[in-house]
Design a protein around this ligand. Structure first.
Ligand code: PLP
Length: 377
C-alpha cells in the first residue's frame, strides 16, 4: 500500500522531529516547576524559556503568556474568564467562530448574557459595517477569529479591534489557525486577548496559550495551587510546554507553505467545476475549501482517503456532525453546495507532485461517482 498523503494540517500537524528531541529529556525526569530543589528549578527555567519563545512568536512580553491545556481551553478562558469579571451584559462573536468560542459564548446566555452573532460578508470577511451594526447595542466583549479554520479567510483584526475599542468593548481574537501561517503581532492587532495552540504548528497536542494585555482583568477557569500566577492552576506539563515553545521558535526558521502550491491546486479544482469558498478574500496560504456541485463532501473525502489522500469534509473539530458547515451558511452558501464541502490544508512538506497526484485521483473518483449515479437512474 502506498503511503497516504497528508493534506489536513488545519486539523493537526505532525510533531516536528526537532520538537520531539527537545521534549524527550523532560519525559524522563520528575519536573515540577513549583519545587524548590534542583529538578524543580531546571523545570522552571525550561518553562520560562518556552514562555519567551511563545511570546516572541506574537511579539508580546513573556509575562503576558498564560499556558493552557489546549487552544480550546485558551478560548474558554478568554470568553468565560473575561465575562466572569463583569456584570451580565452583551457580548458579540462572529458567526464563523470555532465551537471553542461559540459554545462558551452561548453558555453565557444561561447566566443572563445577551449574545449577538456578528454577520459576515459573502467573502467570509467580517465587514466594518457588520461589526458597527452588532455594536449598536454596546457590548462588553467582542471575539473575532484571525484566520478561519475552514476557509482560511483572514480578518482585518487591527481595523475591527479599533472599532471594538471605540465602542468600549474588550477584544479577543482566536489566532489558533493563524499562528505559523502569517506574521502575528499582539500589540499591532490592538486586542486584549489572543488564543494560540501548539499542535497546529508542529508542536504537541494538548498545549495552548492565552496571551493577555497586562491591564486586563480575567478570572481563572481552574483554581488550585496557583500556577501561572494564579491564572491557571495545575502542575505545568513541562515536556509539552517545552515542545510548544520549540515549535514557536522553529516558525522563524522553517519554510512556509508556498502559496503557488495552493494556486496550482485551485487551477485544477476550478477546471473540474469546483466552487472555492473565500477565494475573493485574503486567506492563509495553505487552505483551500471547495465543493463540486452535485457531489457529497463526506463521500468524496472517504473516496479520496481510499485513493491515498487525507483531506477533511469541513471542520475536524465538529466532524461527528454531518450538517452543512455553519461557516458556509453564514457566508450565504446554499445548504446543498455546503454539503459538498471538502477542505485541503497543506503543510510545508507537501509537494507539487502530490498536488498533481491528488488532482488525478480526484478526477478518477469524480468520473467513477458520475458513472455510478448514471447507472442508478
Ligand atoms: N480555534 C480554532 C480556530 C481551531 O481551528 C481549533 C482547532 O481546530 C481550536 C480553536 C481548538 O484548538 P485545540 O485543538 O488546541 O483545542
Amino acid at each position: 500500500m502506498t503511503r497516504n498523503v497528508y493534506f489536513d494540517h488545519n486539523a493537526t500537524t505532525p510533531l516536528d522531529p526537532v520538537v520531539r528531541e527537545a521534549m524527550l529529556p523532560w519525559l524522563g525526569i520528575p519536573a515540577n516547576a513549583s519545587s524548590r530543589h534542583q529538578f524543580g528549578r531546571s523545570a522552571r527555567h525550561a518553562l520560562e524559556q518556552a514562555r519567551e519563545q511563545v511570546a516572541a512568536a506574537v511579539s508580546a512580553h513573556p509575562s503576558q503568556v498564560v499556558f493552557t491545556g489546549s487552544g480550546t481551553e485558551a478560548d474558554n478562558f478568554a470568553i468565560r474568564g473575561i465575562c466572569s469579571t463583569l456584570k451580565p451584559g452583551h457580548l458579540a462573536v462572529s458567526a464563523i467562530e470555532h465551537p471553542a468560542v461559540m459554545k462558551p459564548a452561548q453558555a453565557l446566555l444561561q447566566r443572563g448574557w445577551k449574545l449577538t452573532k456578528i454577520a459576515v460578508e459573502k467573502t467570509g470577511k467580517v465587514g466594518i459595517r457588520n461589526l458597527e451594526e452588532a455594536l449598536q447595542q454596546p457590548a462588553a466583549l467582542v471575539s473575532i477569529m484571525l484566520a478561519n479554520n475552514e476557509t482560511g479567510v483572514v480578518q482585518d483584526i487591527p481595523a475591527l479591534s479599533g472599532i471594538a475599542r471605540r465602542h468600549g468593548a474588550i477584544m479577543h481574537t482566536d489566532a489558533v489557525q493563524a499562528l505559523g501561517k502569517m506574521p502575528l503581532d499582539f500589540n499591532a492587532f490592538g486586542v486584549q486577548a489572543m488564543s494560540l495552540s501548539g499542535h497546529k504548528i508542529g508542536g504537541p497536542q494538548g498545549t495552548g496559550a492565552l496571551v493577555l494585555d497586562k491591564r486586563l482583568d480575567i478570572q481563572p477557569l481552574l483554581y488550585g495551587g496557583g500556577q501561572e500566577k494564579g491564572r491557571r492552576s495545575g502542575t505545568e506539563n513541562i515536556a509539552a510546554i517545552v515542545g510548544f515553545g520549540m515549535a514557536c521558535e522553529l516558525l522563524m526558521h522553517r519554510p512556509k507553505v508556498e502559496i503557488e502550491l495552493r494556486d496550482e491546486l485551485e487551477v485544477g479544482l476550478r477546471a473540474l467545476g469546483a466552487a472555492i469558498f473565500g477565494a475573493e478574500a485574503q486567506r492563509v496560504p495553505n487552505t483551500s475549501f471547495f465543493a463540486i456541485p452535485g457531489i457529497d463532501g463526506e463521500t468524496l473525502v472517504m473516496a479520496l482517503d481510499r485513493a491515498g489522500y487525507a483531506v477533511a469534509s469541513g471542520s475536524a473539530c465538529s466532524s461527528d456532525s454531518s450538517d452543512p458547515s455553519p461557516v458556509l451558511l453564514a457566508m450565504g452558501i446554499s445548504p446543498e453546495l455546503a454539503q459538498g464541502a471538502v477542505r485541503v490544508s497543506l503543510g510545508s512538506g507537501n509537494t507539487a507532485q502530490e498536488i498533481q497526484g491528488f488532482l488525478q485521483a480526484l478526477r478518477g473518483e469524480l468520473s467513477r461517482m458520475q458513472t455510478m449515479s448514471a447507472l442508478a437512474v
